[in-house]
Design a protein around this ligand. Structure first.
Ligand code: NDP
Length: 330
């Protein structure tokens, strides 16, 4: 039985990419011991880069994009999973070098798949998506560094985006005092409804600043990079920690060592793609416990595979709020 798949190909001479919705068959899929009937995927920042060709995310052509998916196991050659298991996949090179989630079926190694916790179904898993799972990894990183609710304000940058929104919802449930930085001050009410105590104009962080500034943050979750991350470091309190996961402003880090050597500030890198199976399982079980699903619903819009090309452009232009759930079967 065939299934729909977004198919991204490239004209090798002109390096122009071409996106079309085709029918594919299981025999077209890449290697792996497990076949999953994909129910949902999402549109993450990296997917938008791949779909628009704005960055070299895709490194094998042609590609089925989509860095994550959730669905039901159809068959598994090992004992790791059984037909009917609900699973989620984030990263591992899917949508980059291995066919990803924008197709009715996916074939991957079983060890890439995480069995979903009881109160997270496939739909909720993709409302959370890689953005939300990465937000959880950032919260876990701050916790590991000893940043506790009650220690002081935690800054969340890129607040109206996917990582930012889920970070705020998680930190709020855990009792942290949150300051949300955004370029969309008109979204202040939305950010407060997710749990932000204060909303800051991102312009106060995005320009070149001093190596050290007035100490303010007990912790930071940054999905923006560049001057914003440099300023966040310069404003972090003695012994505080900064979890860095993104580059929405830029990949550069025009900072000095001053916050590290004078204030003992810790900069923690967060990667979701190659995270260990143990860390993934921990993150998903914490999401099941610590994410307010009503807040998640308020930050999510729904799309189909046909909508993704134009939505990707809007996302990179900073015009998409929160999360995009993709109904793959629709
Ligand atoms: P979104 O597009 O949903 O959110 C990004 C947000 O960043 C925007 O909504 C906007 O928030 C802010 N932003 C955009 N452009 C700029 C700019 N020029 N200067 C300052 N802020 C800007 O993306 P995601 O939340 O899905 O991802 C955020 C980042 O995290 C991306 O760089 C992504 O690649 C990275 N990421 C990394 C992962 C990892 O494993 N390390 C996994 C997942 C994501 P606002 O309008 O509120 O200012």
């Amino acid at each position: 039985m065939s299934f729909p798949a977004l198919w991204l190909s490239r004209n090798e001479e002109e390096k122009e990419q071409h996106l079309e919705l085709l029918e594919r068959d299981v025999s077209d899929l890449m290697e792996g011991d497990t076949i999953v009937k994909v129910a949902y995927s999402t549109l993450n920042y990296k997917d938008a880069l791949a779909l628009t060709g704005k960055a070299p995310v895709v490194r094998k052509w042609p590609m089925i994009p989509g860095i994550d998916f959730a669905g039901v196991v159809e068959s598994c050659e090992s004992d790791a999973l059984k037909p009917g298991d609900e699973v989620v996949l984030n990263g591992w090179g899917c949508g980059e070098v291995h066919f990803g989630g924008y197709a009715g079926k996916a074939r991957t190694p079983a060890k890439w798949l995480v069995k979903l916790p009881k109160n997270i179904d496939a739909k909720t898993a993709m409302e959370i998506g890689t953005a939300g799972y990465t937000a959880m990894l950032c919260v876990l990183a701050l916790e590991e560094q000893g940043v506790r609710a009650g220690d002081g304000e935690v800054l969340v940058t890129g607040a109206s985006g996917g990582v930012g929104g889920v970070s705020i919802a998680l930190l709020s449930k855990l009792g942290y005092k949150i300051v949300a930085s955004t370029g969309r001050m008109e979204e202040s009410d939305y950010l407060k409804s997710l749990g932000a105590d204060e909303v800051l104009d991102r312009n106060t962080l995005s320009e070149k600043g001093k190596p050290l500034a007035k100490e303010r943050w007990a912790g930071v979750i940054d999905s923006v990079g560049s001057h914003t991350l440099a300023n966040a470091l310069a404003q972090t309190r003695y012994g505080g920690a900064v979890a860095a996961c993104g580059l929405a402003q830029g990949m550069d880090l025009p900072a000095s060592v001053a916050p590290f050597i004078l204030r003992g500030v810790r900069l923690i890198g967060v990667d979701s793609v190659m995270a260990s199976p143990e860390l993934r399982a921990k993150a998903w079980s914490r999401l099941a416990k610590d994410l307010d699903m009503k807040k998640l619903a308020s930050m999510t819009q729904t799309a189909t595979l046909k909508d993704l090309e134009s939505l990707a452009k809007n996302l990179l232009a900073g015009k998409v709020r929160g999360r995009v759930l993709v109904e793959v079967g629709a």
